[in-house]
Design a protein around this ligand. Structure first.
Ligand code: SF4
Ligand code: SF4
Length: 109
């Protein structure tokens, strides 16, 4: 199966997913019931929640955080993630262009 991409960058290289603060989480499971992308998984007979599939999270979505009363969900910094995606995309573009486009140093074959 082809690897999923976001803005031309492999999704696996973009660290966007919720983090659960277990000091605040009361395991109400509202976020899991809300999200259709199977990002969360219940463990230990439904008493614990984990972020089992972070790559399923839609990049820049934060919708489930609105369902969380105790404010236990957080996400990476958006501007920093945008900057990272731009850097990765530039690297991907250079890679796809191939070695012929890379300037050779004087004296190199
Ligand atoms: S941010 Fe969106 S896609 Fe990601 S886990 Fe929450 S609801 Fe699901
Ligand atoms: S909605 Fe918040 S408190 Fe409820 S299970 Fe999810 S992270 Fe925990």
């Amino acid at each position: 199966m082809a690897e999923s991409t976001f803005m031309g960058v492999p999704r696996s290289k973009i660290p966007w997913a919720p983090s659960i603060d277990y000091e605040k989480c009361d395991f109400c499971m509202e976020c899991d019931e809300f999200c259709p992308h199977r990002v969360f998984e219940r463990r230990d007979g439904d008493v614990k929640l984990v972020v089992a599939n972070p790559e399923n999270c839609v990049v820049f979505c934060r919708a489930c955080a609105k369902t969380c009363g105790p404010d236990a969900l957080s996400f990476p910094d958006k501007p920093a993630t945008v900057a990272l995606i731009k850097r990765l995309r530039a690297a991907e573009t250079a890679l796809q262009a191939g070695p012929d486009t890379v300037d050779k140093k004087e004296g190199e074959e």
